[in-house]
Ligand binder design. Structure first.
Ligand SMILES: Nc1ncnc2c1ncn2[C@@H]1O[C@H](COP(=O)(O)OP(=O)(O)O)[C@@H](O)[C@H]1O
Ligand SMILES: [Mg+2]
Length: 377
């Protein structure tokens, strides 16, 4: 399954525009500001109902207009049947109207055709903006892979809030306070240990994939490793710590820091305080990688998460789509050639670039299918 056509009506800078796409690699080129990223955003929006640029869907509607429409025509690689997917976003309605072949459908029904992942240069912020942004990026990826954990993350947030409130405002001379605090702490430890366990399992799975893609694109690359810095987990050996072990450690350490937590009025220990740092040669990559290498790392991270998403056991069989915004500008020619070789294995890829590339000259490759180079004006 692939997207063979997209129409954007009153979407961002577009009045009413339409493009044809192929399966395999599509390169969209054109001057800054013509709307290339908006095209990728719209594709991602139909598949994931989220934008990488904004959390306010009203930003997607063209200025001064009342509604916008994203229409995708999708086609099976082996049959001529075409399905129409569309999303209508209105200023006067809370929800989008989602349709397949003109019939209203739910988010889940619309999402079953494709799995998509998007790379954007803004991702480097995840590396540079410190541990909190990287941790929440990875937590979001974990939730995307295991949606059931969303509730656990929400619980953790609620429990942290309640626990901090008790620490800050309650009188611990009253026996009820101790009881409530004890109960909340117990629930907190349980949820925290679960999240921590899944986080570690995810990191263990993703690390070899990141290294695989990073090295594919960057020959002389050193190993990338992960430092998980936490006061209740000691990751000295390579084995996965069990949930029970994490629970025990956390219980013990929380007992020890009670006085500190009470005087600070804060939760001092837990998954919200753990640090995840990507390292190379025992240094954080944020301090040693070049900007280009950091972009390649971020691309490797996205490709790794994408691989986990596509390898999941789902009852339906979605096709995969990669959306790569402005990746080429930061890559040298050798890396671009390697990237195109790698991308020729994917079902459908969209790459944006400001300049027209003569891909054939550059790659000297013969692809199964031609690369679709499309000028956006
Ligand atoms: N809601 C909107 N209404 C009209 N124009 C918009 C809207 N949102 C963004 N734009 C315009 O879209 C353009 C940016 O498009 P973008 O896809 O980022 O360009 P590029 O081709 O460089 O990737 C900007 O010129 C911006 O003014
Ligand atoms: Mg752009």
């Amino acid at each position: 399954m692939y997207i063979c056509q997209q129409r954007l009506y009153n979407y961002r800078n577009f009045n009413n525009s339409q493009w044809q796409f192929r399966s395999g690699i599509n390169v969209l080129y054109g001057n800054n500001g013509v709307g290339k990223s908006n095209i990728l955003e719209a594709i991602d929006y139909v598949i994931n109902k989220a934008s990488f640029k904004t959390t306010n869907r009203l930003n997607l509607i063209k200025y001064k207009e009342k509604y916008s429409l994203i229409q995708l025509q999708i086609k099976d690689n082996n049959s001529s049947k075409i399905n129409n997917l569309d999303v209508e976003i209105r200023t006067d309605k809370e929800d989008e109207k989602l349709r397949i072949n003109q019939k209203r459908v739910t988010k889940t029904e619309l999402s079953q055709f494709f799995i998509s992942s998007i790379y954007t240069p803004i991702l480097v912020n995840v590396v540079y903006n410190g541990v909190t942004s990287l941790r929440s990026f990875l937590d979001n990826a974990i939730i995307e892979l295991k949606p059931k954990l969303f509730l656990d993350y929400k619980n953790l947030k609620d429990l942290l809030y309640q626990r901090a409130l008790i620490l800050k405002t309650f009188d611990f001379n009253k026996p009820q306070t101790n009881d409530i605090f004890h109960q909340i702490t117990k629930q907190y430890i349980k949820t925290a240990a679960k999240i921590c366990f899944y986080r570690l399992a995810f990191l263990k799975k993703i690390l070899p994939l990141i290294n695989k893609f990073y090295k594919l694109l960057n020959n002389s690359a050193d190993d990338i490793t992960i430092d998980y810095i936490s006061r209740y987990i000691n990751l000295t050996n390579d084995n996965l710590v069990s949930e029970t072990q994490i629970t025990n450690n956390l219980t013990k350490i929380l007992d020890g820091v009670f006085i500190q937590e009470k005087s600070a009025g804060q939760n001092l220990i837990g998954p919200h305080r753990d640090k995840i740092v990507f390292m190379s040669n025992s240094q954080p990559i944020s301090v040693i990688f070049s900007t280009g290498q950091t972009q390649i790392f971020c691309l490797a991270l996205i490709l790794a998460i994408h691989e986990l998403k596509t390898k999941q056991n789902l009852s339906y069989k979605p096709s995969d789509i990669l959306l790569l915004d402005d990746i080429l500008a930061s890559l040298d020619n050798t890396t671009i050639v390697k990237l195109f070789k790698l991308l020729s294995n994917y079902n459908q890829v969209f790459i944006t670039n400001a300049l027209k590339l003569d891909i054939y000259k550059l790659t000297k490759l013969t692809f199964k299918e031609e690369i679709n180079e499309l000028q956006i004006k």
